[in-house]
Design a protein around this ligand. Structure first.
Ligand code: GAR
Length: 200
């Protein structure tokens, strides 16, 4: 299978879904490494439990953003990544990282982009009062959640939702979308032409 490295900052429920899928050889993708900016990320424990190598590249260990970015790229390169999946990675990837993996970094976001980009997509959608939100898988570019869209799924907002209940409902759809499309990309090829994304 194609070599996939997953970037996580937190709990890692999306990572868990990928780890469950990759045990089937037909899935086409193999998680060969999990990298975090946060040594306390739950996703690191999940990876260890699954026997997947991990690494921590924490910004505080580097003099500036560019140095961190280069170290992150080198770490992911050492794992031999063919595809990088940002799944709950809460930092912006800089030019040094993205140049190392051109059109090979995807990110999952808990809103229907281009609405509600950034770190609080669920909270912002709820505060706006939308009736439908969802999740987006997109190719990462230099902006914040602005890259070409691969796939989206819609999720209804229920009247009594708070951020936690809405996020849980989104995460159910998000895990399914992520597992489906990472597999498709791994078994095929991802082409990006402007804003048009083709997976075949
Ligand atoms: C996911 O919903 C992901 O889309 C979101 O964080 C959650 C991580 O959950 N990412 C962002 O908000 C990025 N701006 P997980 O750690 O359980 O996979």
């Amino acid at each position: 299978g194609r070599r996939v490295v997953v970037l996580v900052s937190g709990a890692g429920s999306n990572l868990a879904a990928l780890l469950a899928a990759h045990t089937d050889r037909r899935y086409g993708a193999r998680v060969v490494g999990v990298v975090s900016d946060n040594p306390a990320a739950g996703g690191l424990d999940m990876a260890r439990a699954a026997g997947v190598p991990t690494a921590v590249v924490a910004p505080r260990d580097f003099p500036d953003r560019a140095a961190w970015d280069r170290a992150l790229a080198q770490t992911v390169e050492v794992f031999g990544a063919e595809l990088v999946v940002s799944a709950g990675f809460m930092r912006i990837l800089g030019a040094a990282f993205l140049d190392a993996f051109p059109s090979r970094v995807v990110n999952t976001h808990p809103a229907l982009l281009p609405s509600f980009p950034g770190a609080h997509g669920v909270r912002d959608a709820l505060a706006y009062g939308v009736a439908v939100t969802g999740c987006t898988l997109h190719v990462v570019d230099a902006g914040v959640d602005t890259g070409p869209i691969i796939a989206q799924a819609a999720v209804p907002v229920e009247p009594d939702d708070d951020e936690a209940t809405l996020h849980e409902r989104i995460k159910v759809a998000e895990r399914a979308l992520l597992v489906d499309w990472v597999g498709r990309i791994a078994r095929g090829t991802l082409e990006v032409d402007g804003r048009r994304v083709t997976v075949r």
